[in-house]
Design a protein around this ligand. Sequence first.
Ligand code: MCA
Ligand code: AMP
Length: 504
Amino acid sequence: MKNPLYDALFAPHSGSYAPFLIAPGSGQSTSYGAFIKQAARFANTLTDLGLTPGDRMVAQVPKSPSALALYAACVQAGIVYLPLNTAYTASEVSYFLEDSGARLMVCDTGSEEALTPVAEACGARLETMGANEAGSFPDRAAGASDEFETVARDADDLAAFLYTSGTTGRSKGAMLTQANLLSNAETLKEYWRFTGEDVLLHALPIFHTHGLFVATNVILLAGGSMIFCPKFDLDQMIAALPAATTMMGVPTFYTRLLGDARFDRDLVAHMRLFVSGSAPLRAETHVDFEARTGHRILERYGMTETNMNTSNPYDGDRRAGTVGFPLPGVELKITDPETGANLPEGEIGQIEVRGPNVFSGYWQMPEKTREELRDDGFFITGDLGKIDGDGYVHIIGRNKDLIISGGYNIYPKEIELVLDAQPGVLESAVIGVPHPDFGESVVAVLVAQQGAAPDTDAIKAAVASELAGFKQPRAIEVMAELPRNTMGKVQKNVLRERYAKTFA
Ligand code: MCA
Ligand code: AMP
């Protein structure tokens, strides 16, 4: 094969009139053939702009068929695709541009002004593409050829970087190869029985593994279509469900659907499959969903660094509160966090995984890579879990200081660094507490400098100028001092208990 990922996902659809992306509401669709031509125009444009195989291209663009064509173009031209959350501020984007050494960034038309100095400082070129799919990049591409000679790639060549935050507050670029993405898409397509008949209701963002590699790659491989919603909108979901066969979502999607009386058995009787992931699905949601619809949600477990690791079975028992079995080709073991030794069945330890899905390391961070990716290929996920007597994997907790809110990962350290720099703040601790809609939400606990009274409104404004909205604390509390253990370490569990009812 010349370019394994392109040849499997895109090339087979060249010239096809079959629908790929269906707009919700209007029902207008982009055919596979038209999509492939658009991607080829983009690939020509990227090459004309001087990008060569292995270069990084950052995309921070609203969800649209063209945004997806940028991904396909990068795969075809051998460029490393680096999508960013559209909520990231200019200050956050600056880090990704600089760290990745990207040659080009394509941003929303509305962000051009704020990002121009950022791109200049990082030596990257800036082009635009807006929600209406207009902008300087599509303008350039309009005159380009809709044929492009696919660039040859090896299975081990990089296809994408996805940044994932770290406990130090510094994001790490997870390097994903063509083989990582392709192997997982092949496995999931088989495991979840996707075919060309499937219509996936797609309301996830396309800058993370879930919406891009799990949902989109599986549909591309199967030759199915997607009802491509710009975002999760309850009315739009209810209206679109009758035309769908499958849906993938984070738990918040499911709790929001269950909160609406229109979401009933009749509406989804025809559906084949509901998949949940990215955050723990409460057993209660699983049970309520079955009672309401007769369907059992299929929960699976993955990570940015590994794509999908485990899944509940398609045919067998989908057990609430578990993430199912290791996927074919994926090895999973539970080890002692201190010694790394294997633990016996039923014992709780850290989850480690190995397989063709596991990334090749963090971009320019060999030490971080060594800390988490063992020489023998096992990746230490930072999740704590156990395997029960029937082989089902349970995720019990996390060995990493991480909050998952509505499926987005939030690393407390990153917020604490911003809070600690604010006037009057001596120190801070950021915790996640239960939230009815987002699963978990962010509470910041501050300790004032002696004699100071921190201005929480000014602090909120300062945080908002630096960090994306979803990371911002939903409550700020002030304490005289933080609880610490004998080693001097802040006892976040004590804080989590104390503020557990903040959003109850
Ligand atoms: C939006 N806001 C949030 C979140 N999303 N706050 C906390 N947590 C969130 N997840 C805030 C915005 O900053 C804004 O705040 C306000 O909510 C309204 O924004 P809007 O965009 O309208 O929010 P929404 O439509 O209600 O979005 C909630 C959502 C969305 C639908 C749950 O966050 C979402 O689509 N999440 C999916 C994330 C995902 O795909 N995760 C996969 C990554 P303000 O009003 O103050 O401005 S993990 C992954 O890929 C791994 C590998 C895996 O296993 O899948
Ligand atoms: P990310 O770094 O964004 O890829 O998020 C990966 C993390 O999401 C994992 O390490 C888990 O902590 C969490 N996660 C993903 N799927 C599930 C799930 N089904 N249940 C519990 N946690 C999950």
